[in-house]
Design a protein around this ligand. Structure first.
Ligand code: HL5
Ligand code: SIN
Ligand code: MN
Length: 270
């Protein structure tokens, strides 16, 4: 599957691109079940909300769940990523943000590349994020809000907060834009939040400013995010590298499956 020129142009100029209903409902259901299974695997890859009860995020499910591994090589996803980034890409990070009904917390305003430069010494913003809606995303359940075009101006903020919200991953709270920075950015770029049915997919830049509000609705908002990195852009951590669940070590270039992951699961190994 290839993006047409106007889709490529839209990604380059806005910093994101929504493809509605890219996956079908059976595929969404298979990914939801994989997430439910993976949430029960104990370990540091499971991040809980402040109350410690609800799951906030689960990292690296593609290392354990064949549906998730298959998805990373699905031609409907990998081919557009190769088109936007490079023929040789690998999974830098894979996470599912749970955003539970009745209280899933916010994700503060941030640029991903700042996190990865600070924490991992990632040389350049040569990544593409792929966000897969595992639930319908509406204005009510805490959609990701983007500042379109904000990926074009470099990093807005430098450095991170002294106190970390989490020891497991770098929470956007630690690198969030200040009120003045956000106000200026919104003034320049505006705000928009792609919405759509479960199975819709958003490709977005590692430099775009984004964030999302708490979910006070009765509708959960599970969002799967696979981040692809160019294999010529490997991290160079200043100190000890972060664990494999948050910064994946397998940098072998990915090759697309011959058909959608749901038709080729038997061929996928984790
Ligand atoms: N939690 C990620 C990490 O690498 C960083 C955030 O949305 C991506 C900012 O620890
Ligand atoms: C969210 O899940 O709403 C935030 C995603 C992200 O910061 O990448
Ligand atoms: Mn982010």
């Amino acid at each position: 599957m290839r993006l047409n020129q106007s889709q490529v142009d839209a990604y380059r100029s806005h910093g994101f691109l929504l493809l509605e209903s890219l996956l079908n409902q059976q595929e969404v259901e298979a990914l939801r079940l994989a997430f439910a299974r993976d949430s029960k695997v104990p370990g540091p890859q499971v991040v809980t909300e402040g109350d410690g009860a609800e799951v906030r995020a689960v990292y690296s499910s593609h290392q354990r769940q064949p549906e998730c591994a298959g998805l990373t090589r699905d031609p409907r996803i990998l081919q557009p990523v190769q088109q936007l980034l490079s023929d040789d890409v690998y999974i830098y990070q894979f996470k599912i943000n749970a955003k539970a009904a009745f209280g899933g917390d916010k994700w503060a305003w941030h640029q991903d590349y700042l996190a990865w430069r600070l924490a991992d010494g990632l040389p350049a913003p040569r990544q593409v994020n792929v966000a897969v809606f595992l639930d319908e995303v509406t204005e009510f359940n805490g959609p990701v809000i983007f500042l379109p075009g904000s990926h074009g101006g470099g990093l807005v903020r430098e450095g991170r907060a002294d106190a970390a919200r989490s020891e497991q991953h770098l929470d956007p709270d630690d690198i969030s834009l200040g009120p003045q920075q956000l106000a200026e950015c919104v003034d320049r770029h505006g705000m928009t939040s792609p919405k759509g049915s479960a199975g819709s997919v958003v490709f977005f830049s590692p430099e775009i400013v984004h964030g999302s509000a708490p979910n006070m609705s009765p509708f959960t908002r599970r969002l799967l995010i696979a981040t692809y990195n160019d294999v010529t852009n490997l991290p160079r951590p200043a100190g000890e590298a972060r664990p494999d669940y948050v910064v994946c070590r397998n940098t072998e270039p990915l090759r697309a499956l011959p058909a959608p992951f749901s038709e080729t699961l038997a061929a996928v190994t984790v």
